[in-house]
Ligand binder design. Structure first.
Ligand code: MN
Ligand code: ZN
Length: 498
């Protein structure tokens, strides 16, 4: 069952029934809000028996004592107060949301003795709650799968009690925009490919018009005219036509150069004629995770009215084997004029991105370009599900990205580029080939993209390991994680807003 949270913020709040959530750092201090809900000093005994000291993410669950206005008291450990980071508040919110069970009303006392809880921390806590509560269950028709869940969707009333309630409410407006953006990205990745083709994805992106984002949708005919032979070569085996969506958010000064985000949107990747093995192929419905993140990000920027000019471009295609599909050995001409020998039709993401990058650079002359793509299995071999690979021609941009990764916990690890790697994609018959072989597969993919960005500061994020199938954690239980939305929103927020 999906849980909807109706969140509100209050300076003080008289608890009447339901769940009371208290927070406690490790150390001598009592939990937040204890006096409000524990008239009989039950907490001390319960904590003693359970050996609860407030260690990070430890939980103490108490049936409320006689005389308490609450039904249940949950104390959540935060660990050492001095070690609390921004991301810890998201995690704490997620951990609290995981404990709601059948509660209808929840009161959360967020002012923790012994530490300062900023409005931003409160907003992050609420964001963590929302992200944790996300569930993709629209195709589950049997509502009685879980006997506890009889209703279709449930709304839980959550009151967050904090001294700076009005400042927290303001900070939460931004957090809510972020939550919506992550949910959009997760939904897009989780959605099956029979429902979400290039045309349907483009229609989803078009919904951002409501927030003031300008949307253009290029059709096959228009892309042909532009000479996007690399992108079109990928899509020619599918009966579903490709789309290129251009999103523009103009929140900055009129003459300010835009920042640009480009996403790989292969709605399904069979591998094409170089077909993939059957095992796990269903996961390839998520091969549009980059495009999903860009769409979610553009939602966030518009919803919180970010003071920045931002471009989002997503290349949407399906990679299918067919009588009309492209073959290994085919040579295609990209929009840049450079020719590409297709060695392996499963290395299709770079063929989509190279035309999208070139188009973006050519038309918008952006301050930088960042592309996101579930590009290579090799990045999983190198980094697993825990870091995305970062490849860049610009140290300053890389530093900013790495910092945003640390603060959002959407982590990045910088990988090398260089002339010797670049040589690995030289082709016998064309300007380049689309694979450099098994070794350094993520790097040669990045080298390929680098040939389409000229001198524009550029970063490529290989999110094949992080966009989907990451291990569940406090704020994400979903297969599609929405990775990249919070990361890039933080990058913009910290560096590019006037
Ligand atoms: Mn592929
Ligand atoms: Zn792919």
């Amino acid at each position: 069952m999906s849980v909807k949270l109706a969140l509100s913020f209050a300076k003080s709040h008289a608890v009447s029934g339901g769940l009371a959530v208290l927070l406690k750092c490790s150390g001598e201090d009592k939990p937040s809000g204890l006096a409000e809900v524990d008239p009989a000093d039950v907490y001390d005994r319960a904590a003693g028996i359970a050996k609860f000291t407030g260690k990070s993410m430890a939980v103490l669950d108490i049936l409320a004592p006689h005389g308490s206005p609450a039904d249940r008291i949950l104390v959540l450990g935060l660990g050492k107060a001095e070690a609390l980071s921004g991301h810890d508040w998201l995690k704490a919110g997620g951990a609290a949301a995981a404990q709601l069970k059948r509660a209808d009303t929840v009161t959360i006392f967020l002012d923790v003795p012994g530490t300062e809880v900023s409005p931003k921390a409160v907003a992050d806590f609420a964001l963590g709650m929302i992200l944790r509560s996300y569930k993709f269950d629209r195709y589950k028709t049997d509502k009685k799968v879980d006997e506890d869940d009889k209703k279709d969707a449930k709304t839980v009333k959550v009151t967050i009690v904090t001294a700076e309630a009005s400042a927290a409410k303001k900070a939460f407006a931004d957090a809510q925009a972020v939550a919506e953006g992550v949910v959009i990205a997760r939904d897009l990745v989780n959605e099956p490919a029979n429902v979400l083709g290039p045309v349907e994805f483009a229609a989803k992106a078009k919904e951002l018009e409501k927030l003031g984002v300008e949307i253009e949708i290029l059709t096959e005919k228009e892309m042909k005219k532009l000479g996007m032979g690399a992108l079109l070569g990928v899509s020619q085996g599918s009966v579903r036509p490709p789309r290129l969506v251009v999103m523009q958010w103009k929140g900055g000064k009129a003459k300010e150069k835009p920042v640009a985000f480009i996403g790989k949107g292969v709605v399904f990747d069979t591998g094409g004629i170089s077909i993939k093995p059957a095992g796990g192929m269903e996961d390839m419905k998520g091969d549009m995770g980059g495009a999903a993140a860009v769409t979610g990000l553009m939602h966030v920027l518009a919803a919180r009215k970010a003071k920045v000019n931002a471009i989002g471009i997503i290349g949407l295609v399906e990679n299918m084997p067919d009588g009309n599909a492209q073959r290994p050995g085919d040579i295609v001409t990209s929009m840049s004029g450079q020719t590409i020998e297709v060695i392996n039709t499963d290395a299709e993401g770079r063929l989509v991105l190279c035309d999208a990058l070139w188009y973006c650079n050519d038309r918008f002359e952006p301050a930088f370009m960042i592309d996101l793509a579930t590009l290579t299995g090799a990045i999983l071999v190198a980094l697993g599900n825990l870091h995305a690979g970062l490849f860049s021609n610009d140290d300053a941009l890389s530093e900013k990205l790495l910092a945003a990764g640390l603060s959002t916990n959407e982590r990045l690890w910088r990988m090398p580029l260089g002339k010797d790697y670049d040589k690995m994609i030289d082709s016998k018959f064309a300007d380049m080939k689309n694979t450099g072989g098994r070794h350094a597969g993520s790097i040669t993919a990045a080298q390929f993209l680098k040939r389409f960005v000229k001198d524009t500061p550029w970063a490529h994020l290989d999110i094949a390991g992080t966009a989907m199938g990451s291990p569940s954690d406090e704020i994400n239980q979903s297969w599609g994680s929405g990775y990249g939305v919070r990361l890039l929103d933080e990058l913009v927020r910290a560096n590019y807003e006037a």
